[in-house]
Structures are given as structure tokens and as C-alpha cells.
Design a binder for this molecule. Structure first.
Ligand code: ZN
Ligand code: ZN
Length: 261
């Protein structure tokens, strides 16, 4: 069994550990080094077990802890060429750790990691799928305004998917955010809504996915129960039975949400 563990999730920081107690990879490092270390420890993983760090994009909630964490434990950092360039300009690569650009895949020990383009308002956003040594595929998909055909093709075949369910469209529309920000979040390069996440879950289940973990929930424009119920209701409408056909979880904002795959 492998741990698939969102350590924290949302606009105040994102990181997901995938692997065993001894070896694995981290997708994003959006809180400080101490917070990442403590969250890993809470799941029974020492920082030395992290063999590589994959960054999805340059927003602070995905990369704020990467420099100190990678430097302290000498962990190689992977991201797209364009993202690395901007991370460098932002000072995130100042340190003594290896940096590699990834354009399609990387092999870390027995883990095969693929990257797929997403749709977000940054220079070159990606999400990642990991093919585990037990031949199960898992994916981490957040910070995307829409699920493009390319993204869907990339994550198809995943048994477990951590999927953004950022906001309830009604709450966002009637909430306190300024108009420009509402437009940004709802746009094709913003964040995935509960409704979009529910539609994506239908497609994923049809393609063989069994575990959905809803993630990156907005504090202001969503509730865990609302995100859960939107996808649950949509999947029930499709005839899928919770527990039999699939599992559904909401990733905690500030603490690990351990699952096994
Ligand atoms: Zn984010
Ligand atoms: Zn972002």
C-alpha cells in the first residue's frame, strides 16, 4: 500500500505526499518548511523520504516552502522550464539543490511521474499523475479553470484523483469578492467550481476512477459539506453508489488527510 496524503489544501497552502514511509514524492510545497515537516511527521514520514518535489505553478500557495525545504534536505525540484524560470526570478531557486525541467515525465526510483497542462492564469501550469510500483495511477489536479481534453486524457486511468472543488458558483457570485476577482476565479484560467468538479467526477468514474478527493476549497466561497454534496448528488444521479462504486473525501485545509492506494 502507498500513502496518498494531502498534507494541507487551499489558498493558504498546498502539498500532497505520495509514497511509502521510506520513499515518495511531494507535489507542491505551499507552506513553510516547518509546517511541511510537521505534516509529514503526522503521517509517519520523515522529510528524508521525499525523493523529489514537483511544483505545479508559481502561485505562493504552491511554492512558498519549496526553497527552504529543498535546500535543507537536498531534494531535487521538478517543474516546467517556463515555471522554473519564473520561480528563479522570484528567488525560489536560490539554494543548493538540484533543479530539473520536466516536459512530459520523470522517473524517481520506481515512481513514474507524468505532467499534464492545466488552465490557470500563470506562465505554464501543470498537474501530475504518478504511476506507482503497484501499477496504480494517481493524479493531483488543482488550480485549473477548466478540465481541458488534454488534462482529461492525461489523468484518465487514475484510480485515485485529488480534484479541485474550489467554489460554489452561487456563493461566489453573491459573495463579497470584487467583480474582477469573481471574473478571474470563474474564468477558464481560474479555479474549478463544485459543479465542474462534479461533472469531471462523472467522467472520471466512467473511465475507472474509484477514489475522489475534493481539494483546494475556498474558505470564503465554499463549505466542505457543499462541495461533497454537489459531487455526491451528481454521481448518485448517474447511478453510482457511494462505497460500492467509489469513495469521496474532502481534503482538510490545515492538516493531513491520509488515504492509502
Ligand atoms: Zn492554489
Ligand atoms: Zn494558483
Amino acid at each position: 500500500m502507498y500513502k496518498f496524503c494531502p498534507l494541507f489544501s487551499g489558498s493558504s497552502g498546498n502539498a500532497t505526499y505520495i509514497g511509502t514511509e521510506h520513499e515518495g514524492v511531494l507535489i507542491d510545497a505551499g507552506k513553510n518548511c516547518k509546517a511541511i515537516k510537521e505534516a509529514l511527521a503526522a503521517t509517519g514520514v520523515e522529510p528524508e523520504a521525499v525523493k523529489a518535489l514537483f511544483i505545479t505553478h508559481e502561485h505562493t500557495d504552491h511554492c512558498s516552502g519549496m526553497r527552504v525545504f529543498a535546500n535543507k534536505y537536498k531534494i531535487p525540484v521538478y517543474s516546467s522550464e517556463a515555471t522554473l524560470t519564473i520561480l528563479d526570478q522570484m528567488g525560489h531557486l536560490n539554494g543548493d539543490f538540484p533543479v530539473y525541467s520536466i516536459s512530459d515525465y520523470a522517473d524517481i526510483g520506481d515512481f513514474h511521474i507524468e505532467c499534464h497542462k492545466t488552465s490557470h492564469d500563470v506562465v505554464d501550469p501543470h498537474c501530475y499523475s504518478i504511476l506507482l510500483p503497484n501499477l496504480k495511477k494517481v493524479s493531483v489536479v488543482t488550480d485549473t479553470g477548466i478540465i481541458t481534453e488534454e488534462t482529461m486524457d492525461g489523468i484518465t486511468g487514475s484510480e485515485t484523483v485529488l480534484l479541485e472543488s474550489n467554489h460554489d458558483t452561487g456563493m461566489l457570485a453573491s459573495g463579497p469578492y470584487p467583480y474582477f476577482l469573481k471574473r478571474r476565479i470563474m474564468g477558464a484560467q481560474g479555479h474549478l467550481s463544485n459543479e465542474d468538479s462534479a461533472e469531471t467526477s462523472v467522467k472520471l468514474l466512467k473511465s475507472g476512477t474509484r477514489n475522489i478527493i475534493l481539494a483546494h476549497l475556498s474558505k470564503e466561497n465554499n463549505f466542505p459539506e457543499l462541495a461533497y454534496n454537489t459531487t455526491f448528488a451528481r454521481l448518485t444521479m448517474e447511478g453510482a453508489t457511494l462505497g460500492e462504486d467509489y469513495t469521496l473525501t474532502v481534503a482538510n485545509r490545515d492538516e493531513p488527510t491520509p488515504t492509502e492506494v
